[in-house]
Ligand binder design. Structure first.
Ligand SMILES: [Zn+2]
Length: 160
């Protein structure tokens, strides 16, 4: 008889998105993403971080400052965009994106343009903001299915 407490595909891919978020240097927001094709193969992962070549220690990580240039916002590359750009697959057409936070409108555009057709998100803590509302509108109009991950209550502990 086969083992019974193996993790589901959804737990597996959301688990990898969650683990990827642990790589983030951002004190306030850690987001992870995992892109999967229709054969249940992972084609890319990403987390929020500064662009390649920027020294993390030289960049601002603050949310507020005298100028927007003193904050992280103009610089940080979001998890979804990193996952899309990190992919070595020739196409993301028809793929599913697992992400720990509902995508912002900038990432929504990249998701749509890359051909990703389904987004499974864990949290939607910015629900009601203009950015999230715009994302939802774009997904709806462009035929991208966005669905919230249903927590299973399973706990996974890793000894590292
Ligand atoms: Zn984003």
């Amino acid at each position: 008889m086969k083992r019974k407490d193996y993790i589901t595909w959804d737990e597996y891919f959301m688990g990898i998105a969650t683990l990827s978020a642990e790589r983030s240097k951002d004190n306030n927001t850690q987001v992870g993403a995992c892109i999967v094709n229709d054969e249940h193969k992972i084609v890319s992962v990403g987390y929020n971080g500064m662009p390649t070549g920027c020294d993390d220690d030289d960049m601002p990580w603050e949310r507020e400052g005298d100028s927007v240039l003193d904050t992280k916002y103009p610089f940080v590359c979001h998890a979804e965009l990193n996952a899309i750009l990190n992919s070595s697959a020739s196409s993301l057409n028809g793929c599913t994106l697992y992400v720990t936070l509902f995508p912002c409108n900038e990432c929504a555009k990249a998701i749509i343009q890359s051909g990703i057709k389904r987004v499974v998100y864990y949290s939607n803590k910015y629900d009601g903001t203009d950015s999230v509302t715009a994302s939802a509108m774009l997904f709806d109009k462009c035929g991208v299915k966005a669905e919230q991950y249903e927590p299973t209550g399973k706990k996974i502990e890793l000894d590292m």
